[in-house]
Design a protein around this ligand. Structure first.
Ligand code: G
Ligand code: G
Ligand code: MN
Ligand code: NA
Length: 250
């Protein structure tokens, strides 16, 4: 038996599951949504990180099925949350290149009843490397469904800023590597302030990721980040836990 063989059966055997990391509105201090993060409960190896199996799913041509599972589960779960809560789902580059993506997402919204306005899709720079025209058309098709598009891990790639101009993004997520050394490190403070200002000037929401301390929370809020995410507020939790947290805060 191989890992590959196991992954091919993981969806049918219901070994994949989705956890949610709550996100906080920096102005009100209350939850306003959550990021969906997939996990694999492997029969022998226990919980496997997506960093370990998403690349394999791409190689095996399974990413469409994995991505569709995560989207459907995230939309289904978000339907049980207070109606102002959004859900964001990470997309891998191969999903974005599939010309059927917008139609599939539209089907999942219709099937689950979730409004497109409550769904965000997170892309990293490597999703944008090829096929500008097709990618831009796909992003517009998704936005026409009311969905917002986020640039994930902002600042860690080679072309982050030029991509903001070329592609229609609604949100920037500042990578946690910049937040980690706040508020002491002079370079990190300058970079986070500059990204937050850039996002504001472009009319985008800016999310600070990896907020672990109250000093970091205060710094990123004062810098203009409208949304916060990190262990200070919550680690990723199960679907039933996030629902209870949202109900208690609503
Ligand atoms: O939750 P964790 O830190 O293990 O996530 C590791 C990486 O896996 C992160 O970069 C995250 O964006 C990515 N990831 C989590 N869930 C998904 C998913 O459903 N699809 C894709 N493509 N990537 C995901
Ligand atoms: O690449 P992406 O931003 O999608 O990855 C999100 C991952 O970051 C999640 O898997 C989550 O476990 C991790 N994460 C979230 N908040 C924190 C945090 O405050 N500190 C650290 N070290 N990791 C975090
Ligand atoms: Mn993400
Ligand atoms: Na990120």
């Amino acid at each position: 038996r191989t890992f590959e063989h196991d992954l091919r059966r993981a969806i049918a055997r219901q070994e994949l599951f989705v956890v949610y990391q709550p996100q906080v509105d920096s102005t009100t201090g209350r939850f306003d949504g959550a990021e969906a993060l997939v996990r694999w409960n492997h029969p022998d190896q226990g919980i496997v990180s997506p960093a370990a199996f998403i690349p394999l799913a791409e190689d095996l041509g399974l990413i469409g099925a994995v991505g569709e599972f995560v989207l459907r589960k995230a939309c289904t779960d978000a339907m049980t949350w207070p109606s102002h809560m959004t859900v964001s789902v990470n997309l891998s580059p191969m999903q974005l290149r599939d010309q059927r993506l917008a139609a599939r997402v539209a089907c999942i919204l219709a099937e689950t009843g979730l409004s497109g306005a409550r769904l965000e899709l997170e892309l990293t720079e490597n999703a944008l490397l090829q096929d500008d025209g097709r990618t831009i058309a796909m992003l517009h098709a998704l936005r026409a469904l009311g969905i917002r598009i986020s640039m994930d891990d902002f600042g860690t790639g080679y072309s982050s800023i030029s991509y903001l101009r070329r592609f229609p993004f609604d949100k920037i997520k500042i990578d946690q590597s910049f937040v980690r050394q706040l508020p002491e490190d002079g370079e990190s403070t300058a970079i986070v302030r500059a990204i937050a200002t850039l996002g504001q000037q472009l009319g985008m929401t800016v999310t600070a990721e990896g907020v672990e301390t109250d000093a970091q929370r205060r710094f990123v809020s004062a810098s203009g980040c409208g949304q916060l995410q990190g262990f200070l507020f919550s680690k990723p939790v199960t679907a039933s836990d996030v629902r209870a947290m949202f109900d208690a805060d609503a």
